[in-house]
Design a protein around this ligand. Structure first.
Ligand code: PEP
Length: 248
């Protein structure tokens, strides 16, 4: 049985004041069977840790370096993330792939570095609208995942999360229908089972793309949807909590 995971990606939003208020709101009255994770901007990780320690809500990074230390100006090391109690890090978000030209190989290198430091990668994959309209959704998603599997090898696949995020649904208000999400999630699980049935069955596959309280329950009710990666709605405590509650 896979425990649902609801993860908030705050992107480059917040201030020390607003983050305290947001987290106070999230913690108060939160009752969910889902694992709950927030990913603030890296500069606020220590503040978030100090607020969340002992609450059961976890914290992680939105992006990470593929190296643990050295001359990489401006980067955030997985080793440092571990030092500050991060259990997860998002990698391969479509904004990183598009705006910062991250390749599948870059993402695969980050994946390996995270796993080697004991941090669980949340690997984002997804197709653009053009790719979906061309009928290439699974071709794109499979290439993104295969590159990671190839570099990581089976021994590094024991603990990771995939977030299926159709690019056309991120921040647009357009959500994949539960049927569209289930179709891709089931295909991703099928893809994983080619490497290992055990990995396929235990890996959580989240949906991301304009998930909100109003559509979370029916998305998470799909057999292969194991939670959500939430952007905009994770910045409003009541909305984020409502999604956590909808997940169980
Ligand atoms: C995201 O950026 O990962 C995301 C899912 O954003 P939103 O929920 O705002 O579409």
């Amino acid at each position: 049985m896979r425990q649902p995971l609801i993860a908030g990606n705050w992107k480059m939003n917040g201030s020390s004041q607003s983050i305290s208020e947001l987290l106070d709101g999230v913690i108060s009255g939160l009752e969910s069977k889902a694992e709950v994770l927030v990913c603030p901007p890296a500069i606020y990780i220590q503040q978030v840790r100090d607020i969340l320690r002992g609450t059961g809500v976890k914290w992680g990074l939105q992006n990470v370096a593929a190296e643990t230390k050295g001359a990489y100006t401006g980067e955030t090391s997985p080793l440092m993330a571990k030092d500050l109690g991060c259990e997860y890090a998002i990698i391969g978000h479509s904004e990183r792939r598009t705006l910062y030209k991250e390749t599948d190989q870059d993402v695969a290198a980050k994946f390996c570095c995270l796993v080697d430091q004991g941090i669980t990668p949340v690997l984002c994959v997804g197709e653009s609208l053009e790719e979906r309209q061309r009928g290439d959704t699974m071709k794109v998603v499979a290439a993104q995942i295969d590159c990671v599997i190839e570099k990581a090898g089976i021994e590094r696949l024991s603990d990771f999360v995939i977030a299926y995020e159709p690019v056309w649904a991120i921040g647009t208000g357009l959500t994949a229908t539960p049927e569209q999400a289930q179709e891709v999630h089931a295909a991703i699980r099928g893809l994983l089972s080619r490497t290992s049935e055990e990995v396929a069955q235990k890996t959580r596959i989240l949906y991301g793309g304009s998930m909100k309280a109003a559509n979370a329950a029916e998305l998470v009710a799909q057999p292969d949807v194991d939670g959500g990666l939430i952007g905009g709605a994770s910045l409003v405590a009541e909305d984020f909590k409502a999604i956590c509650h909808a997940a169980g």
